[in-house]
Design a protein around this ligand. Structure first.
Ligand SMILES: Nc1ncnc2c1ncn2[C@@H]1O[C@H](COP(=O)(O)OP(=O)(O)O)[C@@H](O)[C@H]1O
Ligand SMILES: [Mg+2]
Length: 273
């Protein structure tokens, strides 16, 4: 069983869209897949049509060490299994203050699970839930729009993952950047794409997600693109990226790239781009 977190400290970078379509395409590729919404705002839950579940039917139960969670709390959607979020996650934050509270998900998910993949959608803010996701994960995908602030958010996320890997989860692979909402007509997108590739080398996935109006909530209406518009650019891009991820996850990891300088606070570098 492999756990994949979708994480970026920058909001609106495409995490939830990526989590849904990654879970759906892993499932369509024949892998038993569970997706979990760890964002208290519950946008993933809303996008799949579960707006505000009772907190006992939500992800909150996993933070109470429920041994029987697989039979009790999992919603069986058409394309993948799912555990929704609840706004009660926000109030529960006050109780999750011990250093060991970052270990809940790892313990719960590693016991008795027959899923091949678990995809974790995280919030943009770095809370104990995001740390739980990173501590439990084997892989991280950082969706990033190739523009200035999103790239900085992506780089901060990469650094968080490096820290979690060194202090809490040595099993975590080096994160993968996934370029999203890429617009081939924008010169700036090409420049930030090149910047990420030259800095993070092989950690930037070759496949990327083009900007696609079919990915808006209005078009999807609770479905994934694979059922709403299977021939759209978005469906094709997510299917290709999932194939690439499956290949990369089954091969030996390349060594971590040496990061000499990041964009953060470096206007000079921006001007040089
Ligand atoms: N490839 C894309 N093309 C066009 N719109 C997109 C694409 N990916 C995401 N979006 C839209 O961008 C917005 C933010 O995406 P979302 O996945 O919710 O980001 P996050 O979870 O990181 O906050 C949503 O309205 C979503 O429909
Ligand atoms: Mg989101």
């Amino acid at each position: 069983m492999k756990i994949i977190s979708v994480c970026n400290h920058k909001g609106g970078s495409g995490k939830t869209t990526c989590s849904i379509h990654l879970a759906a395409s892993l499932s369509l590729a024949g892998h038993r897949t569970l997706a979990i919404d760890l964002d208290p705002q519950g946008f993933m839950s809303r996008m799949v049509g579960i707006s505000e579940p009772h907190e006992k039917q939500s992800v909150l139960t996993l933070f109470g060490h429920q041994a029987d969670w697989q039979t009790q709390y999992v919603a069986h959607l058409t394309e993948f299994d799912f555990i929704p979020s609840t706004t009660a996650l926000t109030t529960a934050l006050k109780k999750l203050t011990k250093p060991t509270d970052v270990l809940w998900l790892k313990e719960v998910l590693s016991a008795n699970t027959d899923y091949e993949f678990i995809v974790l959608d995280t919030s943009s803010s770095v809370t104990v839930y995001t740390l739980n996701a990173l501590v439990a994960s084997h892989y991280v995908v950082i969706p990033v729009i190739p523009e200035y602030l999103p790239v900085i958010g992506g780089e901060q996320t990469y650094q968080t993952c490096t820290l979690v890997k060194s202090k809490l989860n040595p099993e975590l692979a080096n994160p993968y950047f996934l370029l999203t909402q890429v617009d081939g007509r924008k010169n700036i997108h090409e420049r930030y794409k090149q910047y990420l590739r030259s800095t993070y080398k092989n950690q930037v996935l070759n496949g990327f997600i083009r900007t696609n109006a079919a990915l808006s909530e209005e078009t999807l209406q609770g479905k994934t693109l694979f059922s709403a518009e299977p021939n759209s650019k978005g469906a094709i891009d997510f299917a290709n990226v999932t194939d690439e991820l499956l290949t990369r996850m089954s091969s030996t990891e390349s060594p971590a790239p040496v990061i000499e300088q990041t964009l953060d606070g470096t206007w000079k570098r921006l001007v040089e781009l």
